[in-house]
Design a protein around this ligand. Structure first.
Ligand code: NAD
Length: 331
């Protein structure tokens, strides 16, 4: 049988990516929704044939524990709300997929992991690129040292925000600026290239060109991560430019994905030529993979512990930028 997924938060990502992907999945389907907006409930109900009893709001959400149709709750809310809804879902006895970044503090990540463990449910993060062929090839090239040991990584992920009243610019709801939202892809990219975590970090905040937007979170941030073998990842993320690149330089060759992190059209090249891999529905593959690990009672490829590891790195990057210090990490 297919597992039933309930999406919590019907914003852009749920509407444009996850719900359509759930029409293509084999191991799971869109069984329910949780929304604070009654008009969205009506719209989704008819569009996706969702029974009334599988529609919840934020007040009656906890009653989902009595609903046999829902196996997995997928939290797609602003970052600052991930911890609360993941913990409530775990307490309702549901497996959880939580969007990235897992939470806005390491402490919240730990509370989420604990709640899932205590309630015997699995916790997985929405890291779709672990199911994407070009990025999977980068993992191989780097970790298996196909071109020898990696010496340098360059990663950038940015987009332009040109409206002021969005949660992504609100410190409380977002936890930070482009680093939390986009820079996390650079952190992930560097770590899955190396197959290990950085041991030291330096970082700098970029210029603030739109102070009326960026009075709570950074507009641009640059950071450098040193790995145990001496390799360095040079990273940059901004809400005031467009970028999406992941490059690796090894002793005997190089590779580059650009765009590296988009939902479609991922393109890559190595020192030996074009990377010719299929375009896939990343979200469908991700949710099918996550549903399969639930069915087989195995840990997810992208578990809560990985989400917490990354939030730890993000917090170290902020500390390095704030203090100007080289921050050492022991993960
Ligand atoms: P969005 O702004 O489009 O949607 C957010 C949703 O949360 C809206 O439906 C909104 O009504 C709801 N919400 C509930 N309480 C809210 C509050 N207090 N303030 C604001 N909104 C509130 O955002 P999104 O782009 O869908 O992002 C949602 C989550 O998904 C974020 O954690 C984001 O990082 C993640 N995301 C992941 C990917 C990916 O590729 N994995 C892509 C986009 C977003």
């Amino acid at each position: 049988r297919k597992l039933g997924i309930a999406l919590v938060g019907l914003g852009g990502y749920s509407t444009n990516q996850l719900a359509p992907a759930l029409q293509e999945t084999e191991n799971c389907y869109l069984a329910g929704i949780v929304t604070g907006t009654p008009s969205k409930a009506e719209e989704w109900k008819s569009k996706y044939n969702i029974p009334e009893k599988n529609i919840y709001n934020y007040e009656n959400f906890d009653q989902i524990k009595d609903n046999q149709d829902i196996d997995i709750v997928y939290v797609v809310l602003p970052n600052g709300m991930h911890a609360e809804y993941t913990i409530r879902a775990a307490q309702a006895g549901k497996h959880v997929i939580c969007e990235k970044p897992m939470a806005t503090s390491v402490e919240d990540c730990q509370r989420m992991i604990d709640a899932c463990n205590q309630n015997n449910v699995s916790l997985s993060i929405g890291y779709r690129l672990h199911y994407e062929p070009h990025n999977q090839r980068v993992m191989e090239l780097g970790q298996q040292q196909v071109f020898g040991p990696v010496r340098r990584i360059e990663a950038a992920d940015s987009f332009v925000i040109d409206e002021p009243d969005v949660w992504r610019l609100d410190k409380e709801l977002a936890g930070g600026g482009p680093l939390m939202d986009l820079g996390i892809y650079c952190v992930q990219g560097a770590v899955y290239t190396m197959g290990e975590t950085p041991v030291a970090i330096t970082a700098q905040f970029g210029e603030v060109t739109k102070p009326e937007y960026f009075d709570e979170v950074e507009e641009t941030i640059m950071w450098q991560m040193e790995f145990p073998n001496g390799a360095v990842a040079d990273c940059r993320s901004s809400y005031n430019e467009e970028a999406g690149k992941l490059r690796g330089e090894a002793e005997n060759g190089w590779w580059e994905l650009d765009p590296a992190y988009s939902y479609s059209g991922i393109d890559g090249e190595t020192s030996e030529g074009n990377m010719d891999y299929p375009q896939v529905n990343q979200q469908a593959r991700q949710m099918d993979g996550q549903a399969q690990s639930v069915m087989e009672n195995r840990k997810s490829r992208v578990p809560g512990e990985m989400g917490m590891r990354d939030v730890r790195i993000l917090m170290a990057i902020y500390e390095a930028a704030r203090t100007g210090n080289r921050v050492q990490l022991d993960i």
